[in-house]
Ligand binder design. Structure first.
Ligand code: CTP
Ligand code: MG
Length: 220
């Protein structure tokens, strides 16, 4: 079946700050979006990679993706779910891997695990356990939550494109969570596979510093 990776890059990166949305900034010499695309485009089981960008970001994206085969850029929407839907409607895939542009490193083994798992489930997502204590609270703690049943959910996430569109229709305007939630709410089964710390999302300035350190600071 046809596997298309859909990279959503239409966000504004407000928590990261800076002059440019984080996906277009150079991380150790290379745009984050370019890193995310390269990691998927090289995988032998992915047939096509498409990118969803924000309004007015065509030239930024074209520069970042120069020379990479991503087809026509797709324009996203105000919420992440709007961007995912715009992407789904623009592609004609059987299996879709939805991936955040803000996750520049994707080990190929994770993709293999996802594509294996989605063969027998409606969706498959990479997860990792929680290491820290999880608690409710504000200025003081208001109860600890058992972490043993909690998971951190990453991307890429693998779905049957038709199932995902169906689930998003069921969710209607309330689709403001990630796709795995939308699928579960529609009564579909989402399998888990082992994620990877490399898939950590760049959200804050601190995440950026850590990623640059990991890459050796000056590497191009
Ligand atoms: N995204 C998108 N369309 C939106 C919002 C987010 O395509 N309307 C994408 C982002 O570009 C990012 C991914 O979804 O690759 C994960 O979102 P997040 O880390 O929250 O990025 P931003 O929304 O850009 O950042 P922030 O929430 O801090 O503004
Ligand atoms: Mg966001």
């Amino acid at each position: 079946s046809q596997v298309t990776a859909l990279i959503v890059a239409a966000g504004s990166g407000s928590r990261m700050g800076g002059d440019l949305p984080k996906q277009y900034r150079l991380l150790a010499g290379k745009p984050v979006l370019r890193r995310a695309v390269e990691a998927l485009i090289e995988h032998p089981r992915i047939d096509a990679v498409r990118v969803v960008i924000g309004i007015g970001q065509h030239s930024l994206a074209a520069d970042a993706l120069d020379g990479l085969k991503v087809g026509e850029l797709i324009v996203g929407g105000a919420e992440r779910a709007d961007s995912v839907r715009a992407g789904l409607e623009a592609i004609g895939a059987d299996i879709v891997l939805i991936h955040d542009a803000a996750r520049p490193f994707c080990p190929p083994e994770v993709i293999d695990r996802l594509l294996d798992a989605v063969g027998t489930a409606d969706g498959a997502v990479p997860v990792l356990p929680v290491a820290d204590t999880l608690a409710k609270g504000d200025q003081e703690l208001r109860g600890t939550v058992s972490r043993t049943q909690m998971l951190r959910v990453q991307t890429p996430q693998a779905y049957h494109a038709e199932d995902l569109l169906y689930a998003m229709d069921e969710a209607g305007k309330s689709a403001d969570t990630d796709e795995s939630t939308v699928l579960q709410n529609a009564g579909l089964r989402v399998a888990t596979v082992t994620g990877d710390e490399m898939l950590h999302k760049l959200t804050s300035a601190r995440d950026w510093e850590r990623a640059e350190m990991m890459l050796g600071g000056q590497m191009v």
